[in-house]
Design a protein around this ligand. Sequence first.
Ligand SMILES: NC(=O)c1ccc[n+]([C@@H]2O[C@H](COP(=O)([O-])OP(=O)(O)OC[C@H]3O[C@@H](n4cnc5c(N)ncnc54)[C@H](OP(=O)(O)O)[C@@H]3O)[C@@H](O)[C@H]2O)c1
Length: 265
Amino acid sequence: MSTPVVAAPGNAGFTVITGASSGIGAALARQLASAGHRLALVGRNAERLDAVAGACRVLGAECHIGRLDLRDRDSLAAFLADLEQSGPIDLFISNAGILDGRRNGEAVEGAAAAHRVLDTNLLAAIDAVHMVLPGMRARRRGRLLFIASLAAFAPLPDAPAYSAAKAGLLSYGLALRDALRGQGIGVCVACPGYVSTGMSDLHLGQRPGEISADDAAARILKALGRDRALSGFPFGLYWVSRLSLLAPAFVRRLGMRGLRFHVGN
Ligand SMILES: NC(=O)c1ccc[n+]([C@@H]2O[C@H](COP(=O)([O-])OP(=O)(O)OC[C@H]3O[C@@H](n4cnc5c(N)ncnc54)[C@H](OP(=O)(O)O)[C@@H]3O)[C@@H](O)[C@H]2O)c1
């Protein structure tokens, strides 16, 4: 494992990671713990959160747990306000997300699933920004990191709401970066391709170029350390995804043919 490149802030405020109980979020937590960050881990599953927090403490990190559902904005706001008081919050990583989409035999995902995906993956992330941003702006210090997806560039016919949420997150993050320019607050958007996690287990189809959660976390933290606006990987799939937006629709559809999937239970 390469050494994480994001050093803990000098004045050691908190790094909050949503969706830290598994996958990419857990890998980010472990790597940031090694780099000396004070962590606050958010998720719903108490057992998995405890396990990740335990591993981070062994690595020497102070580690707080926010066991909550991001769709419950009051609980999220209360947790972040408490943390800000004892913190403050210096780095907020909006990573939590769910994958939903077309089930086997269905043409399109259901309305309830689409709503759940947009609320969890996009609206909760935006609401959280408004909970942490006032403190960061007052201090003229802070960083926001959004975990989007290559689906932000290459809309997935089998998961329209997921694609829309990730495109929204990408657009939101890049817009926010420019809006906050010169105010001491950095914003970075990461767009991973396929990563081996519990989420990818739900994706029943080809997953070319799949990498481990540890690898994804290392690439994301490298981009954050370099203050990159956008980090997409793996390289080949990133550029194919970006360029597909410029291609005629039939070319895009042809390219998508080998990547069709349905969502498992
Ligand atoms: N895996 C991939 O191929 C891939 C590719 C591109 C982008 N991404 C993105 O990477 C991020 C992390 O996904 P992952 O692959 O690491 O999947 P994962 O292992 O399933 O992790 C998802 C995390 O989000 C949390 N979460 C989901 N809904 C939540 C809610 N309502 N409230 C609080 N926490 C919630 C889960 O925690 P609890 O279950 O404990 O609540 C879990 O910690 C997601 O935004 C995903 O869209 C993944």
